[in-house]
Design a protein around this ligand. Structure first.
Ligand SMILES: Cc1cc2nc3c(=O)[nH]c(=O)nc-3n(C[C@H](O)[C@H](O)[C@H](O)COP(=O)(O)OP(=O)(O)OC[C@H]3O[C@@H](n4cnc5c(N)ncnc54)[C@H](O)[C@@H]3O)c2cc1C
Length: 550
Protein backbone atom coordinates (compact mmCIF):
# COMPACT_ATOMS: atom_id res chain seq x y z
CA UNK A 1 0.00 0.00 0.00
CA UNK A 2 1.19 3.52 -0.76
CA UNK A 3 1.75 5.81 2.24
CA UNK A 4 0.27 9.28 1.73
CA UNK A 5 1.32 12.72 2.99
CA UNK A 6 -0.16 16.14 2.29
CA UNK A 7 1.57 19.49 2.63
CA UNK A 8 1.81 22.89 0.95
CA UNK A 9 5.32 22.66 -0.51
CA UNK A 10 7.44 19.66 -1.45
CA UNK A 11 11.16 20.35 -1.86
CA UNK A 12 13.22 17.80 -3.79
CA UNK A 13 16.91 17.69 -2.79
CA UNK A 14 18.66 17.95 0.58
CA UNK A 15 21.66 20.03 -0.45
CA UNK A 16 22.30 23.57 0.78
CA UNK A 17 19.69 24.96 -1.62
CA UNK A 18 16.92 22.50 -0.66
CA UNK A 19 17.48 22.79 3.10
CA UNK A 20 17.72 26.58 2.73
CA UNK A 21 14.28 26.58 1.07
CA UNK A 22 12.95 24.23 3.74
CA UNK A 23 14.07 26.65 6.45
CA UNK A 24 12.79 29.71 4.63
CA UNK A 25 9.35 28.09 4.10
CA UNK A 26 9.18 26.96 7.74
CA UNK A 27 10.11 30.41 9.07
CA UNK A 28 7.36 31.96 6.92
CA UNK A 29 4.85 29.44 8.32
CA UNK A 30 4.50 27.46 5.07
CA UNK A 31 4.08 23.71 5.78
CA UNK A 32 6.68 21.76 3.79
CA UNK A 33 8.36 18.38 3.34
CA UNK A 34 11.88 17.93 1.98
CA UNK A 35 12.70 14.69 0.17
CA UNK A 36 16.32 13.55 -0.26
CA UNK A 37 17.32 10.32 -1.93
CA UNK A 38 20.48 9.88 0.13
CA UNK A 39 21.72 11.95 3.09
CA UNK A 40 21.81 15.73 3.62
CA UNK A 41 24.76 17.32 1.76
CA UNK A 42 25.59 14.09 -0.07
CA UNK A 43 25.32 15.76 -3.51
CA UNK A 44 27.45 18.64 -4.84
CA UNK A 45 27.02 20.48 -1.54
CA UNK A 46 29.40 17.97 0.07
CA UNK A 47 31.90 17.93 -2.81
CA UNK A 48 33.33 21.40 -3.30
CA UNK A 49 36.04 23.71 -1.93
CA UNK A 50 33.93 25.12 0.87
CA UNK A 51 35.17 28.58 -0.11
CA UNK A 52 33.20 31.54 1.15
CA UNK A 53 33.98 33.63 -1.91
CA UNK A 54 34.55 37.33 -1.47
CA UNK A 55 33.50 37.64 -5.10
CA UNK A 56 37.04 38.52 -6.21
CA UNK A 57 37.32 35.29 -8.24
CA UNK A 58 34.42 36.49 -10.42
CA UNK A 59 34.97 40.25 -10.35
CA UNK A 60 36.92 40.56 -13.62
CA UNK A 61 34.51 38.54 -15.78
CA UNK A 62 31.15 38.66 -13.99
CA UNK A 63 30.33 41.71 -11.86
CA UNK A 64 26.82 40.46 -11.10
CA UNK A 65 28.10 37.20 -9.49
CA UNK A 66 30.83 39.13 -7.68
CA UNK A 67 28.24 41.45 -6.08
CA UNK A 68 26.01 38.51 -5.15
CA UNK A 69 29.00 36.83 -3.48
CA UNK A 70 30.12 39.80 -1.40
CA UNK A 71 26.55 40.45 -0.21
CA UNK A 72 26.01 36.82 0.82
CA UNK A 73 29.54 36.66 2.28
CA UNK A 74 28.58 39.43 4.73
CA UNK A 75 25.22 37.80 5.56
CA UNK A 76 26.68 34.33 6.21
CA UNK A 77 29.33 35.74 8.54
CA UNK A 78 26.41 37.01 10.68
CA UNK A 79 23.90 34.16 10.48
CA UNK A 80 26.20 31.09 10.20
CA UNK A 81 29.10 31.92 12.54
CA UNK A 82 29.75 28.26 13.41
CA UNK A 83 30.02 27.35 9.70
CA UNK A 84 32.25 30.25 8.64
CA UNK A 85 35.90 30.85 9.35
CA UNK A 86 37.23 34.33 8.65
CA UNK A 87 40.44 33.07 7.12
CA UNK A 88 40.78 35.97 4.63
CA UNK A 89 42.16 35.33 1.16
CA UNK A 90 45.23 36.20 -0.85
CA UNK A 91 45.49 36.34 -4.64
CA UNK A 92 49.19 35.79 -5.26
CA UNK A 93 51.00 36.54 -8.53
CA UNK A 94 53.94 34.30 -9.40
CA UNK A 95 56.70 35.37 -11.83
CA UNK A 96 55.07 33.32 -14.63
CA UNK A 97 51.73 35.14 -14.07
CA UNK A 98 53.02 38.72 -14.32
CA UNK A 99 51.15 41.62 -12.71
CA UNK A 100 48.64 42.61 -15.43
CA UNK A 101 45.82 40.53 -13.94
CA UNK A 102 46.46 42.02 -10.51
CA UNK A 103 45.62 45.55 -11.68
CA UNK A 104 42.49 44.30 -13.44
CA UNK A 105 41.48 42.41 -10.28
CA UNK A 106 41.93 45.46 -8.03
CA UNK A 107 39.88 47.70 -10.33
CA UNK A 108 37.08 45.12 -10.75
CA UNK A 109 36.87 44.42 -7.01
CA UNK A 110 36.52 48.13 -6.32
CA UNK A 111 33.70 48.32 -8.88
CA UNK A 112 31.88 45.35 -7.23
CA UNK A 113 32.27 46.77 -3.70
CA UNK A 114 34.82 44.17 -2.56
CA UNK A 115 37.46 45.39 -0.15
CA UNK A 116 40.68 44.38 -1.96
CA UNK A 117 44.11 45.65 -0.84
CA UNK A 118 47.41 45.25 -2.68
CA UNK A 119 50.09 43.92 -0.29
CA UNK A 120 53.85 43.92 -0.54
CA UNK A 121 55.62 40.54 -0.71
CA UNK A 122 56.68 40.91 2.96
CA UNK A 123 53.15 41.76 4.09
CA UNK A 124 51.71 38.79 2.17
CA UNK A 125 54.24 36.36 3.65
CA UNK A 126 53.60 37.74 7.10
CA UNK A 127 49.89 37.02 6.64
CA UNK A 128 50.49 33.54 5.15
CA UNK A 129 54.03 32.30 5.80
CA UNK A 130 53.46 29.18 3.69
CA UNK A 131 52.60 31.10 0.53
CA UNK A 132 55.15 30.67 -2.26
CA UNK A 133 58.06 33.01 -1.37
CA UNK A 134 58.66 33.56 -5.11
CA UNK A 135 55.48 35.65 -5.30
CA UNK A 136 55.85 39.05 -6.98
CA UNK A 137 52.58 40.58 -5.80
CA UNK A 138 49.53 39.87 -3.66
CA UNK A 139 46.00 41.17 -3.07
CA UNK A 140 44.14 40.59 0.20
CA UNK A 141 40.37 39.98 -0.08
CA UNK A 142 37.64 39.01 2.45
CA UNK A 143 37.47 35.33 1.44
CA UNK A 144 36.63 32.79 4.11
CA UNK A 145 35.76 29.14 4.50
CA UNK A 146 32.29 27.69 4.74
CA UNK A 147 31.56 24.23 6.15
CA UNK A 148 28.88 22.79 3.83
CA UNK A 149 27.94 19.90 6.12
CA UNK A 150 27.29 22.04 9.19
CA UNK A 151 25.49 24.64 7.08
CA UNK A 152 23.08 22.10 5.59
CA UNK A 153 22.46 20.30 8.88
CA UNK A 154 21.78 23.62 10.68
CA UNK A 155 19.27 24.72 8.04
CA UNK A 156 17.47 21.37 8.30
CA UNK A 157 17.54 21.46 12.11
CA UNK A 158 15.99 24.93 12.24
CA UNK A 159 13.37 24.03 9.64
CA UNK A 160 12.36 20.89 11.58
CA UNK A 161 12.19 22.90 14.81
CA UNK A 162 9.77 25.21 12.97
CA UNK A 163 7.50 22.40 11.83
CA UNK A 164 9.02 21.19 8.53
CA UNK A 165 9.38 17.50 7.80
CA UNK A 166 12.42 15.71 6.37
CA UNK A 167 12.44 12.38 4.53
CA UNK A 168 15.95 11.15 3.78
CA UNK A 169 16.82 8.01 1.79
CA UNK A 170 13.61 8.61 -0.10
CA UNK A 171 13.85 9.00 -3.84
CA UNK A 172 11.38 10.95 -5.95
CA UNK A 173 10.52 8.57 -8.79
CA UNK A 174 7.81 10.57 -10.56
CA UNK A 175 5.61 13.66 -10.51
CA UNK A 176 1.89 13.28 -9.83
CA UNK A 177 0.04 15.35 -12.45
CA UNK A 178 -3.55 16.36 -12.97
CA UNK A 179 -4.09 17.95 -16.38
CA UNK A 180 -1.60 20.82 -16.67
CA UNK A 181 -0.69 20.83 -12.98
CA UNK A 182 1.80 18.98 -10.74
CA UNK A 183 -0.02 18.04 -7.54
CA UNK A 184 2.67 15.99 -5.80
CA UNK A 185 5.49 13.49 -6.09
CA UNK A 186 5.77 9.72 -6.10
CA UNK A 187 8.60 8.41 -3.95
CA UNK A 188 10.31 5.22 -2.92
CA UNK A 189 11.68 4.81 0.60
CA UNK A 190 15.11 3.27 -0.02
CA UNK A 191 15.30 1.86 3.54
CA UNK A 192 12.04 -0.07 3.53
CA UNK A 193 11.07 -0.29 -0.16
CA UNK A 194 7.78 1.37 0.75
CA UNK A 195 6.02 3.58 -1.84
CA UNK A 196 5.08 7.08 -0.72
CA UNK A 197 2.88 9.73 -2.38
CA UNK A 198 3.33 13.30 -1.18
CA UNK A 199 0.62 15.72 -2.35
CA UNK A 200 1.41 19.44 -2.36
CA UNK A 201 0.23 22.74 -3.76
CA UNK A 202 3.71 23.56 -5.08
CA UNK A 203 6.75 21.36 -5.82
CA UNK A 204 10.26 22.84 -5.86
CA UNK A 205 12.94 20.96 -7.73
CA UNK A 206 16.21 21.74 -5.87
CA UNK A 207 17.96 18.59 -7.04
CA UNK A 208 21.04 20.40 -8.42
CA UNK A 209 22.63 18.54 -11.32
CA UNK A 210 19.92 15.85 -11.02
CA UNK A 211 17.26 18.52 -11.67
CA UNK A 212 17.17 17.63 -15.37
CA UNK A 213 15.99 14.09 -14.52
CA UNK A 214 13.11 15.48 -12.46
CA UNK A 215 12.09 17.82 -15.28
CA UNK A 216 12.11 14.82 -17.63
CA UNK A 217 9.39 13.21 -15.48
CA UNK A 218 7.13 15.98 -16.83
CA UNK A 219 8.68 16.03 -20.32
CA UNK A 220 10.15 19.48 -19.65
CA UNK A 221 13.19 20.50 -21.61
CA UNK A 222 15.87 21.62 -19.13
CA UNK A 223 19.39 20.80 -20.31
CA UNK A 224 22.24 20.58 -17.81
CA UNK A 225 25.89 20.86 -18.82
CA UNK A 226 27.77 18.96 -16.11
CA UNK A 227 31.28 20.26 -15.38
CA UNK A 228 33.27 17.88 -13.19
CA UNK A 229 35.83 19.27 -10.75
CA UNK A 230 38.31 17.14 -8.78
CA UNK A 231 39.95 18.07 -5.47
CA UNK A 232 42.51 16.65 -3.03
CA UNK A 233 42.48 16.75 0.77
CA UNK A 234 45.83 17.10 2.55
CA UNK A 235 46.60 15.50 5.90
CA UNK A 236 47.01 18.71 7.85
CA UNK A 237 46.29 22.39 7.62
CA UNK A 238 49.19 23.93 5.70
CA UNK A 239 47.69 27.40 5.27
CA UNK A 240 45.51 29.61 7.41
CA UNK A 241 44.63 32.08 4.64
CA UNK A 242 42.85 30.99 1.42
CA UNK A 243 45.47 31.09 -1.36
CA UNK A 244 44.27 31.92 -4.89
CA UNK A 245 46.40 32.29 -8.02
CA UNK A 246 46.12 35.83 -9.36
CA UNK A 247 45.32 34.95 -12.97
CA UNK A 248 42.25 34.07 -15.02
CA UNK A 249 40.61 31.00 -13.39
CA UNK A 250 42.51 27.80 -14.23
CA UNK A 251 43.18 24.32 -12.82
CA UNK A 252 44.23 23.92 -9.17
CA UNK A 253 44.34 27.60 -8.34
CA UNK A 254 42.65 27.63 -4.92
CA UNK A 255 44.14 26.20 -1.70
CA UNK A 256 41.58 26.33 1.11
CA UNK A 257 42.15 25.66 4.82
CA UNK A 258 39.21 24.00 6.58
CA UNK A 259 39.07 22.72 10.16
CA UNK A 260 42.11 20.43 10.55
CA UNK A 261 43.06 20.07 6.85
CA UNK A 262 43.75 22.01 3.66
CA UNK A 263 42.31 21.17 0.27
CA UNK A 264 43.43 21.98 -3.26
CA UNK A 265 41.15 22.29 -6.27
CA UNK A 266 39.91 22.15 -8.76
CA UNK A 267 40.13 20.78 -12.26
CA UNK A 268 37.30 21.41 -14.70
CA UNK A 269 36.06 19.02 -17.36
CA UNK A 270 32.77 18.83 -19.22
CA UNK A 271 31.29 15.35 -18.86
CA UNK A 272 28.26 13.61 -20.33
CA UNK A 273 25.02 13.74 -18.33
CA UNK A 274 25.07 9.95 -18.18
CA UNK A 275 28.31 10.13 -16.13
CA UNK A 276 27.09 12.28 -13.22
CA UNK A 277 26.63 9.28 -10.92
CA UNK A 278 29.90 7.68 -11.89
CA UNK A 279 32.66 10.16 -11.06
CA UNK A 280 36.31 9.12 -10.94
CA UNK A 281 39.36 11.22 -10.14
CA UNK A 282 41.99 10.35 -12.76
CA UNK A 283 45.79 10.08 -12.22
CA UNK A 284 46.27 13.06 -14.58
CA UNK A 285 43.97 15.20 -12.44
CA UNK A 286 45.86 14.18 -9.29
CA UNK A 287 49.17 15.14 -10.98
CA UNK A 288 47.89 18.57 -12.06
CA UNK A 289 46.45 19.30 -8.62
CA UNK A 290 49.71 18.45 -6.86
CA UNK A 291 51.94 20.22 -9.38
CA UNK A 292 49.92 23.45 -9.46
CA UNK A 293 49.10 23.32 -5.74
CA UNK A 294 52.80 23.23 -4.85
CA UNK A 295 53.21 26.50 -6.75
CA UNK A 296 50.76 28.17 -4.36
CA UNK A 297 52.41 26.67 -1.26
CA UNK A 298 55.62 24.68 -1.82
CA UNK A 299 55.19 23.03 1.62
CA UNK A 300 52.43 20.97 -0.01
CA UNK A 301 55.17 18.66 -1.32
CA UNK A 302 55.77 17.47 2.26
CA UNK A 303 52.15 16.55 2.92
CA UNK A 304 50.33 13.26 2.55
CA UNK A 305 47.26 13.39 0.32
CA UNK A 306 44.45 11.91 2.41
CA UNK A 307 41.89 11.42 -0.30
CA UNK A 308 40.53 12.65 -3.63
CA UNK A 309 36.96 13.47 -4.59
CA UNK A 310 34.99 15.06 -7.40
CA UNK A 311 31.79 17.07 -7.77
CA UNK A 312 29.73 18.33 -10.69
CA UNK A 313 28.77 21.97 -11.16
CA UNK A 314 25.08 22.27 -12.06
CA UNK A 315 25.37 24.50 -15.15
CA UNK A 316 22.11 24.85 -17.04
CA UNK A 317 20.87 26.01 -20.42
CA UNK A 318 18.16 28.55 -19.53
CA UNK A 319 16.14 28.25 -22.71
CA UNK A 320 16.60 24.48 -22.93
CA UNK A 321 18.94 24.87 -25.94
CA UNK A 322 20.93 21.62 -26.08
CA UNK A 323 23.92 23.26 -27.81
CA UNK A 324 24.85 25.10 -24.61
CA UNK A 325 24.88 28.55 -26.27
CA UNK A 326 22.58 29.99 -23.60
CA UNK A 327 24.32 28.35 -20.64
CA UNK A 328 24.01 30.16 -17.29
CA UNK A 329 26.62 30.24 -14.53
CA UNK A 330 24.41 32.20 -12.14
CA UNK A 331 21.24 31.39 -10.20
CA UNK A 332 18.50 29.90 -12.40
CA UNK A 333 14.91 29.99 -11.14
CA UNK A 334 12.35 28.49 -13.51
CA UNK A 335 8.63 28.96 -12.95
CA UNK A 336 7.38 26.10 -15.12
CA UNK A 337 3.83 27.53 -15.08
CA UNK A 338 5.13 30.61 -16.90
CA UNK A 339 7.83 28.89 -18.97
CA UNK A 340 6.12 25.63 -19.94
CA UNK A 341 2.46 26.00 -18.96
CA UNK A 342 2.82 23.41 -16.16
CA UNK A 343 1.53 24.79 -12.84
CA UNK A 344 2.69 23.65 -9.41
CA UNK A 345 6.29 22.94 -10.47
CA UNK A 346 9.38 25.14 -10.05
CA UNK A 347 13.11 24.54 -10.53
CA UNK A 348 15.97 26.33 -8.76
CA UNK A 349 19.52 25.44 -9.77
CA UNK A 350 22.93 26.86 -10.73
CA UNK A 351 24.45 29.37 -8.31
CA UNK A 352 26.96 28.44 -5.65
CA UNK A 353 27.09 26.92 -2.20
CA UNK A 354 27.59 30.37 -0.71
CA UNK A 355 24.58 31.82 -2.56
CA UNK A 356 22.30 29.03 -1.27
CA UNK A 357 20.41 31.43 1.03
CA UNK A 358 19.66 33.87 -1.76
CA UNK A 359 18.57 30.99 -4.02
CA UNK A 360 16.30 29.76 -1.25
CA UNK A 361 14.87 33.24 -0.75
CA UNK A 362 14.10 33.60 -4.47
CA UNK A 363 12.47 30.16 -4.72
CA UNK A 364 10.45 30.67 -1.52
CA UNK A 365 9.33 34.15 -2.66
CA UNK A 366 8.01 32.55 -5.85
CA UNK A 367 5.96 29.83 -4.13
CA UNK A 368 4.87 32.14 -1.30
CA UNK A 369 3.38 34.49 -3.90
CA UNK A 370 1.55 31.60 -5.58
CA UNK A 371 0.22 30.43 -2.19
CA UNK A 372 -0.85 33.93 -1.20
CA UNK A 373 1.61 34.09 1.73
CA UNK A 374 2.94 37.59 2.36
CA UNK A 375 5.27 36.88 5.32
CA UNK A 376 8.68 38.26 4.33
CA UNK A 377 11.97 36.37 4.28
CA UNK A 378 14.00 36.71 7.50
CA UNK A 379 16.90 34.37 6.76
CA UNK A 380 19.30 37.25 6.09
CA UNK A 381 19.13 38.37 9.72
CA UNK A 382 18.07 35.33 11.75
CA UNK A 383 21.01 33.24 13.05
CA UNK A 384 21.07 29.51 12.35
CA UNK A 385 21.03 27.11 15.30
CA UNK A 386 24.63 26.98 16.57
CA UNK A 387 25.30 30.56 15.48
CA UNK A 388 23.85 32.32 18.50
CA UNK A 389 26.16 34.23 20.79
CA UNK A 390 25.86 32.30 24.05
CA UNK A 391 28.24 29.41 24.80
CA UNK A 392 27.47 26.31 26.91
CA UNK A 393 27.40 26.99 30.65
CA UNK A 394 31.04 27.13 31.84
CA UNK A 395 30.14 25.86 35.34
CA UNK A 396 28.86 22.56 33.95
CA UNK A 397 31.70 22.10 31.51
CA UNK A 398 34.70 23.17 33.63
CA UNK A 399 36.04 19.60 33.92
CA UNK A 400 36.04 18.96 30.17
CA UNK A 401 39.45 19.05 28.45
CA UNK A 402 39.84 22.34 26.61
CA UNK A 403 40.40 20.89 23.10
CA UNK A 404 37.26 18.75 23.43
CA UNK A 405 35.20 21.71 24.63
CA UNK A 406 36.58 23.99 21.91
CA UNK A 407 35.98 21.45 19.10
CA UNK A 408 32.40 20.83 20.22
CA UNK A 409 31.62 24.57 20.40
CA UNK A 410 33.39 25.18 17.09
CA UNK A 411 31.14 22.63 15.37
CA UNK A 412 27.83 23.14 17.14
CA UNK A 413 28.01 26.60 18.76
CA UNK A 414 25.54 27.03 21.60
CA UNK A 415 23.90 23.68 20.69
CA UNK A 416 26.98 21.94 22.14
CA UNK A 417 25.24 22.49 25.50
CA UNK A 418 22.90 19.64 24.50
CA UNK A 419 25.72 17.13 25.00
CA UNK A 420 28.57 18.83 26.89
CA UNK A 421 28.69 18.37 30.65
CA UNK A 422 25.68 16.01 30.74
CA UNK A 423 27.62 13.06 32.21
CA UNK A 424 31.25 11.94 32.29
CA UNK A 425 30.59 8.90 30.06
CA UNK A 426 29.65 11.32 27.27
CA UNK A 427 33.13 12.87 27.47
CA UNK A 428 34.75 9.65 26.20
CA UNK A 429 36.75 10.41 23.04
CA UNK A 430 35.67 8.38 20.01
CA UNK A 431 37.59 10.14 17.20
CA UNK A 432 40.96 11.45 18.41
CA UNK A 433 41.83 13.23 15.15
CA UNK A 434 38.75 15.46 15.27
CA UNK A 435 38.01 15.34 19.04
CA UNK A 436 34.56 13.80 18.64
CA UNK A 437 33.08 12.47 21.89
CA UNK A 438 30.48 9.85 22.66
CA UNK A 439 28.11 12.66 23.72
CA UNK A 440 28.46 14.40 20.35
CA UNK A 441 27.70 11.13 18.55
CA UNK A 442 24.68 10.49 20.73
CA UNK A 443 23.48 14.05 19.99
CA UNK A 444 24.02 13.64 16.24
CA UNK A 445 22.25 10.27 16.10
CA UNK A 446 19.29 11.55 18.14
CA UNK A 447 18.93 15.11 16.79
CA UNK A 448 20.58 15.44 13.38
CA UNK A 449 18.96 12.77 11.21
CA UNK A 450 21.83 10.29 11.16
CA UNK A 451 21.28 6.84 9.62
CA UNK A 452 24.82 5.64 8.90
CA UNK A 453 28.43 6.19 10.00
CA UNK A 454 28.96 8.16 6.78
CA UNK A 455 26.13 10.51 7.84
CA UNK A 456 27.82 10.78 11.24
CA UNK A 457 31.02 11.82 9.49
CA UNK A 458 29.15 14.68 7.78
CA UNK A 459 27.57 15.88 11.05
CA UNK A 460 30.60 15.58 13.34
CA UNK A 461 33.80 15.14 11.23
CA UNK A 462 34.29 11.67 12.74
CA UNK A 463 36.69 9.81 10.42
CA UNK A 464 37.66 12.95 8.46
CA UNK A 465 41.09 13.33 10.08
CA UNK A 466 44.51 11.90 9.17
CA UNK A 467 43.64 8.27 10.02
CA UNK A 468 40.41 8.38 7.97
CA UNK A 469 38.37 6.33 10.43
CA UNK A 470 41.02 3.75 11.26
CA UNK A 471 40.54 4.02 15.02
CA UNK A 472 37.11 5.56 15.40
CA UNK A 473 34.84 3.83 12.88
CA UNK A 474 34.47 0.62 14.88
CA UNK A 475 33.85 2.58 18.07
CA UNK A 476 31.15 4.55 16.28
CA UNK A 477 29.64 1.31 14.97
CA UNK A 478 29.54 0.04 18.58
CA UNK A 479 27.69 3.20 19.59
CA UNK A 480 25.11 2.65 16.86
CA UNK A 481 24.48 -0.74 18.50
CA UNK A 482 24.37 0.74 21.99
CA UNK A 483 21.90 3.39 20.86
CA UNK A 484 19.50 0.84 19.50
CA UNK A 485 20.49 0.05 15.92
CA UNK A 486 21.28 -3.65 16.67
CA UNK A 487 24.66 -5.39 16.35
CA UNK A 488 23.99 -6.87 12.93
CA UNK A 489 23.03 -3.48 11.51
CA UNK A 490 26.12 -1.80 13.00
CA UNK A 491 28.52 -4.30 11.41
CA UNK A 492 27.04 -3.59 8.00
CA UNK A 493 27.25 0.15 8.63
CA UNK A 494 30.94 -0.25 9.46
CA UNK A 495 31.57 -2.20 6.30
CA UNK A 496 29.76 0.41 4.19
CA UNK A 497 31.68 3.27 5.82
CA UNK A 498 35.05 1.65 5.08
CA UNK A 499 34.02 1.02 1.46
CA UNK A 500 33.12 4.71 1.08
CA UNK A 501 36.42 5.83 2.58
CA UNK A 502 38.32 3.49 0.26
CA UNK A 503 36.74 5.08 -2.85
CA UNK A 504 38.47 8.37 -1.98
CA UNK A 505 41.81 6.81 -1.02
CA UNK A 506 42.12 4.68 -4.20
CA UNK A 507 43.17 7.56 -6.53
CA UNK A 508 46.01 8.58 -4.15
CA UNK A 509 47.14 5.11 -3.12
CA UNK A 510 50.90 5.48 -2.84
CA UNK A 511 53.57 6.21 -0.19
CA UNK A 512 52.23 7.08 3.26
CA UNK A 513 48.59 6.93 2.13
CA UNK A 514 49.18 3.36 0.99
CA UNK A 515 50.88 2.43 4.28
CA UNK A 516 48.01 3.95 6.27
CA UNK A 517 45.36 2.20 4.14
CA UNK A 518 47.12 -1.15 4.47
CA UNK A 519 47.28 -0.72 8.23
CA UNK A 520 43.54 -0.02 8.25
CA UNK A 521 43.01 -3.14 6.13
CA UNK A 522 44.99 -5.28 8.62
CA UNK A 523 42.92 -3.96 11.51
CA UNK A 524 39.53 -4.43 9.91
CA UNK A 525 40.16 -7.49 7.77
CA UNK A 526 43.01 -9.19 9.66
CA UNK A 527 41.78 -8.62 13.20
CA UNK A 528 38.05 -8.28 12.75
CA UNK A 529 37.34 -10.26 9.56
CA UNK A 530 35.13 -7.50 8.23
CA UNK A 531 34.46 -9.18 4.86
CA UNK A 532 32.58 -11.93 6.76
CA UNK A 533 29.98 -9.28 7.71
CA UNK A 534 29.59 -8.28 4.09
CA UNK A 535 28.70 -11.80 3.00
CA UNK A 536 25.87 -12.00 5.57
CA UNK A 537 22.45 -10.92 4.20
CA UNK A 538 21.65 -7.28 4.95
CA UNK A 539 18.76 -6.51 7.26
CA UNK A 540 15.72 -5.10 5.45
CA UNK A 541 16.05 -1.79 7.29
CA UNK A 542 19.64 -1.27 6.09
CA UNK A 543 20.00 2.04 4.21
CA UNK A 544 20.12 1.30 0.48
CA UNK A 545 21.87 3.94 -1.53
CA UNK A 546 24.55 4.41 -4.07
CA UNK A 547 26.64 7.29 -2.82
CA UNK A 548 29.59 8.74 -4.66
CA UNK A 549 31.12 9.92 -1.46
CA UNK A 550 33.77 12.60 -1.12
C1 LIG B 1 34.40 21.09 -7.77
C2 LIG B 1 33.45 22.13 -7.27
C3 LIG B 1 33.91 23.14 -6.43
C4 LIG B 1 33.01 24.11 -5.96
N1 LIG B 1 33.46 25.04 -5.07
C5 LIG B 1 32.60 25.91 -4.54
C6 LIG B 1 33.03 26.82 -3.53
O1 LIG B 1 34.20 26.80 -3.11
N2 LIG B 1 32.13 27.72 -3.04
C7 LIG B 1 30.85 27.77 -3.48
O2 LIG B 1 30.11 28.63 -3.01
N3 LIG B 1 30.38 26.89 -4.40
C8 LIG B 1 31.23 25.96 -4.92
N4 LIG B 1 30.77 25.03 -5.83
C9 LIG B 1 29.35 25.06 -6.24
C10 LIG B 1 28.47 24.39 -5.18
O3 LIG B 1 29.06 23.22 -4.66
C11 LIG B 1 27.09 24.03 -5.74
O4 LIG B 1 26.58 25.09 -6.48
C12 LIG B 1 26.09 23.73 -4.62
O5 LIG B 1 26.65 22.86 -3.68
C13 LIG B 1 24.82 23.12 -5.18
O6 LIG B 1 23.96 22.80 -4.10
P1 LIG B 1 22.49 22.28 -4.37
O7 LIG B 1 21.83 22.12 -3.07
O8 LIG B 1 21.83 23.17 -5.36
O9 LIG B 1 22.71 20.87 -5.10
P2 LIG B 1 23.14 19.47 -4.45
O10 LIG B 1 24.01 19.66 -3.27
O11 LIG B 1 23.67 18.63 -5.55
O12 LIG B 1 21.78 18.88 -3.90
C14 LIG B 1 20.86 18.19 -4.73
C15 LIG B 1 20.32 17.02 -3.93
O13 LIG B 1 19.23 16.43 -4.63
C16 LIG B 1 19.21 15.07 -4.34
N5 LIG B 1 18.40 14.38 -5.35
C17 LIG B 1 18.68 14.24 -6.66
N6 LIG B 1 17.71 13.55 -7.28
C18 LIG B 1 16.79 13.24 -6.34
C19 LIG B 1 15.56 12.51 -6.37
N7 LIG B 1 15.10 11.97 -7.49
N8 LIG B 1 14.87 12.37 -5.22
C20 LIG B 1 15.34 12.91 -4.06
N9 LIG B 1 16.50 13.59 -3.98
C21 LIG B 1 17.21 13.77 -5.11
C22 LIG B 1 20.70 14.70 -4.39
O14 LIG B 1 20.96 13.48 -3.70
C23 LIG B 1 21.35 15.90 -3.75
O15 LIG B 1 21.59 15.72 -2.36
C24 LIG B 1 31.65 24.06 -6.33
C25 LIG B 1 31.18 23.03 -7.17
C26 LIG B 1 32.07 22.07 -7.62
C27 LIG B 1 31.56 20.96 -8.48
Amino acid sequence: MTKRFETDVVIIGGGATGTGIMRDCALRGIPCILIEKSDLASGTTGRNHGLLHSGARYAVKDQHSARECINENKILRRIAKHCVEDSQGLFISLPEDGLDYQSELLASCQQAGIDAQALSKQQALMLEPNANPQLIGAVQVPDGTLDPFRLTASNALDAIEHGARLLTRTQVTGLIQEQERVIGVECLCLNSGEKIAVYAKEVINAAGIWGQQLCEYADLNVTMFPAKGSLLILDYRINNVVLNRCRAPADADILVPGDTISLIGTTSEEIGYDQIDNLHVTPDEVDVLIEEGCKLAPIMRNTRVLRAYAGVRPLVSIGGDSSGRDISRGIVLLDHAERDGLSGFNTITGGKLMTYRLMAEQATDLVAKKLGVSTPCTTDTRPLPGSNAQQPNKRHTASIAKPIYASACHRHGERAADFLGQNTDDETLVCECEMVTKGEIRYAINQLHVDTITDLRRRTRLGMGPCQGELCAYRAAGLFSELGHGKHHASHLLHRFLEERWKGIKPVFWGDAQREAEFTYWIYEGLMGISDFASEPQPSSFPQHNEQEA
